[in-house]
Design a protein around this ligand. Structure first.
Ligand SMILES: C[S@@+](CC[C@H](N)C(=O)[O-])C[C@H]1O[C@@H](n2cnc3c(N)ncnc32)[C@H](O)[C@@H]1O
Length: 274
């Protein structure tokens, strides 16, 4: 069974992942990285990867071998001369549906290349909304295989057969699952050890404690007649922490009563203001 915890950089062939690589080259198969957190993406648009994930902190971490990415072209598993991947919906209606046999061939190709207990997820507007808790749980595992739908989506039988979990980016309809897949990967990869320079920053941001984050300020001390709250300039760390907590709680109560009551329910018995 694969070790779910990514290993420190130096023990995983960093030499083969050169910082000079272009984003697409970062996805080159590297067997020596077998135990590093891995995202596989089954998609009709493999060139959409790494996309934004090849930039900034996630891009640097990819170059440094802290995680790995494989885009699997669904078209290669298509049927016939034209490599068809879709067909008309049974029962009629608009659009096309991704065929179960084609998707199953792609899944069967992908799964042996990732740890057996890696999550298998179909990005779908009908899925469970993506949450920070979900990202934390994915980050604690060996990796994930993400299936991007297109057209009217995926034949239900393949979802049922493989017991695929459905995850949604929110209550809206995207053209395809690629943007949602990148969101899942981004939210997860930044939680992997070593990806963010400052480990403490993920503990203090929104949702980490079931609360939205307090407002942030920086220089200049006065901008367009508006000043930074005095307490933040006081240097009094205890008072600053109290102010931030009070702001977080007030914002959460006002903007996300759902999160607020969920937090109260999970901390019942405790004084929430402590
Ligand atoms: C045009 S959508 C299909 C929408 C589907 N007919 C419906 O009404 O639920 C095509 C693909 O985009 C992806 N997608 C669309 N909206 C999404 C969302 N909110 N979250 C995650 N994936 C989404 C899914 O992979 C979906 O199969």
């Amino acid at each position: 069974m694969d070790d779910p915890k990514p290993k420190p950089l130096k023990s995983h062939g960093r030499k083969t992942i050169r910082p000079t690589l272009k984003p697409r080259e970062l996805m080159t198969h590297t067997p020596e990285l077998a135990k590093i957190w891995k995202a596989q993406v089954i998609t009709l648009l493999p060139d959409a990867f790494p996309g934004i994930l090849g930039q900034s902190l996630t891009g640097r971490a990819l170059k440094d071998g802290l995680w790995q990415l494989e885009a699997i072209d669904l078209r290669l598993f298509g049927e016939g001369k034209h490599r068809n991947v879709d067909d008309t919906p049974a029962g009629g209606g608009a659009g096309m549906v991704l065929r179960p046999d084609v998707m199953a061939a792609a899944i069967d190709h992908a799964r042996p290349k990732i740890a057996a207990h890696a999550h298998l997820i179909y990005l779908s507007p009908r899925g469970k909304p993506l949450t920070q808790h979900m990202a934390q749980s994915l980050a604690g595992g060996p990796g994930v295989t993400l299936i991007c739908g297109r057209f009217e989506g995926l034949d239900q039988r393949v979802i049922d057969h493989y017991g695929i979990a459905e995850v949604s980016l929110g209550d809206f309809v995207l053209t395809g699952g690629e943007i949602a897949a990148q969101a899942v990967i981004d939210a997860t990869v930044r939680l992997l050890p070593g990806v963010l320079g400052n480990e403490a920053s993920t503990e203090e941001e929104s949702f980490a404690d079931g609360l939205l984050e307090h407002p942030q300020f920086t220089r200049p001390a006065e901008w367009r007649g508006m000043t930074i709250p005095d307490v933040l300039m006081s240097g009094h760390h205890g008072e600053i922490a109290k102010w931030r907590k009070a702001q977080s709680e007030a914002l959460t109560k006002e903007r996300r009563p759902d999160l607020w009551s969920e937090r109260n329910a999970t901390t019942s018995g405790k004084d929430i203001s402590e």
